[in-house]
Design a protein around this ligand. Structure first.
Ligand code: ZN
Length: 495
């Protein structure tokens, strides 16, 4: 069913479960390294391979990072809690249970405010808990990369035991047609929060931040929530938004046709923006949770938690408010920079010496256009904030005008070197030699005698055509303001 119609008839309720791999040097319960991309099964030991007799030891850094995440999300930190065993069988989990947390999570009852469409939406957090990641299975031979239809599977245990934080929201209702954007804004804000805390590299494309998206619909006016589906491991911000939208449209179609929504996990397909059915959850799986007997309970000292809270860095929303003040930009401009992921770049450009207005102008104008054209992000453009700052400096000094500056940026992006090199190689300096400029002007006046005569006769407006002629003859390298002055002087007219 088309989105607009779906929203007229139904109200969406969201729930988001986000897994964040912590960037600790070693794994959660052993000393193995956690670096991404090592050859398969080279970062393993008896503990993370679950060999008989091996025992886990909790990683203190991971516990500290989880508490800091909880504090940044305005959660209450447990004074006493335990790890639990979650029992299930899967080849990428060698113990046949995962050490996780169950009814005693480390952090509970927080919130994260997100800005969508000029409106602040408070997303309530139910819990933040600590667990270990599984290994990674690769199913070979099938068309879909899933186990069905595969010839065989291989498994890499390098990821098994990497500390994983799970952040679960309470149901998010009342967002209506903004539901897809709210989901995206929440994951974006969460990612920035993790980055500012320095607890994870939050690379969605490498799986260090993964999101499960729960969606249910209820008919307008109903008071009971519908059955939800859970779309697993959505791995980009754009996909989070599309998965919510796709599920709303699909569920509305099923419900409107008199069908019912089945509680199940679903897979998101990047190519179509649709989800397909995965595993049914109609019969809730019994994980036979019980407290992990090989690990001591966690009892964070309240004084330690207080000191962690006091040492939290400036959080992203506070930083945006501060920068907005410093830069003197409107809410709308700030939101646009945030959406374009330009804030860090503008800040770095300002730090490299550019005025904020100029830094914003180039990143959000010419460079945003170029990023868009080449289907990349601003951060991935092959130009540094220091180079952009240098371009603004050259413009401010009069060595370049805006038109030439755009050509310099083009040259830098094309790999021709830094701004000064491009200026030299392409010969892009503004014509600052007055003698050279005068000879161009004299030629233009001779070629445009009619216009020159009009100006002499007092029709000052006609000077525009002459300045245009000078700019054309100099291939954009003349200073238009100075050319105007010199033309008027030459024609003996007061500007
Ligand atoms: Zn290990």
């Amino acid at each position: 069913m088309p989105y607009d119609e779906a929203l007229e008839r139904f109200e969406p309720v969201l729930g988001l479960e986000t897994h964040v791999e912590l960037g600790t040097a070693s794994k959660m319960f052993c000393g193995c390294p956690t670096a991404f991309g090592a050859p398969p099964n080279t970062q393993v030991c008896p503990v993370c391979l679950a060999l008989p007799g091996s025992l886990p030891t909790a990683n203190e850094q991971a516990i500290e990072s989880t508490i800091r995440i909880g504090l940044a999300l305005n959660c209450t930190i447990a004074t006493w809690c335990r790890f639990a065993r979650k029992n299930y069988f899967y080849p990428d989990m060698p113990k046949n249970y995962q050490i996780s947390q169950y009814d005693e999570p480390l952090c509970v009852d927080g919130y994260l405010d997100v800005e969508v469409d000029g409106r602040t939406v408070r997303v309530e957090i139910e819990r933040v808990h600590l667990e270990e990641d599984t290994g990674k299975s690769t199913h070979v031979g099938g068309a879909t990369g899933r186990i069905h239809g595969a010839d065989y599977s291989i498994v890499d245990y390098n990821r098994a035991g990497i500390p994983l934080v799970e952040i679960v929201t309470k149901p998010i209702a009342g967002t209506d047609r903004l539901a897809p954007e709210v989901a995206r804004a929440y994951v974006t804000e969460l990612r920035e929060l993790m980055r500012s805390l320095g607890v994870s590299d939050v690379r969605m494309e490498q799986g260090s931040l993964r999101c499960d998206v729960n969606v249910s619909l209820m008919p307008r006016g109903a008071s009971e929530w519908g059955t939800r589906t859970e779309t697993k491991n959505v791995n980009s911000l754009r996909s989070v938004e599309r998965a919510v939208r796709g599920e709303i449209e699909r569920q509305a179609g099923v419900l409107a046709a008199g069908g019912r929504i089945v509680q199940e996990t679903r897979h998101f397909h990047e190519d179509t923006g649709q989800t397909t059915s995965g595993r049914s959850k109609e019969e809730a799986q019994d994980y036979r949770y019980f407290p992990e007997p090989d690990l001591l309970p966690m009892a964070p000292d309240p004084a330690w938690v207080e000191s962690l809270k006091a040492a939290l860095p400036e959080l992203p929303s506070a930083r945006r408010r501060r920068l907005q003040d410093e830069w003197g930009v409107s809410d709308l401009d700030m939101a646009a920079m945030h959406n374009a992921d330009a804030i860090d770049l503008v800040e770095a450009t300002v730090a490299a010496g550019a005025p904020a207005a100029d830094a914003r102008k180039w990143w959000m104008g010419e460079l945003a256009r170029r990023a868009n054209e080449s289907a990349t992000t601003l951060a991935d453009l092959p130009i540094t904030p220091a180079q952009v700052a240098r371009v603004t400096e050259l413009v401010a000094s009069g060595a370049l005008n805006d038109k030439l500056a755009r050509q310099v940026l083009e040259g830098v992006l094309a790999g021709e070197g830094g701004p000064d090199e491009v200026v030299d190689k392409r010969g892009l300096q503004v014509v600052s030699d007055e003698g050279e400029l005068m000879s161009i002007i004299d030629q233009v006046l001779a070629d445009n005698a009619d216009a020159a005569e009009k100006v002499r006769g007092g029709k000052i407006a006609a000077v525009g055509a002459l300045v245009g002629g000078v700019m054309k003859a100099s291939r954009g390298k003349a200073d238009a303001g100075r050319a105007r002055e010199l033309i008027l002087e030459r024609l003996g007219v007061q500007g």
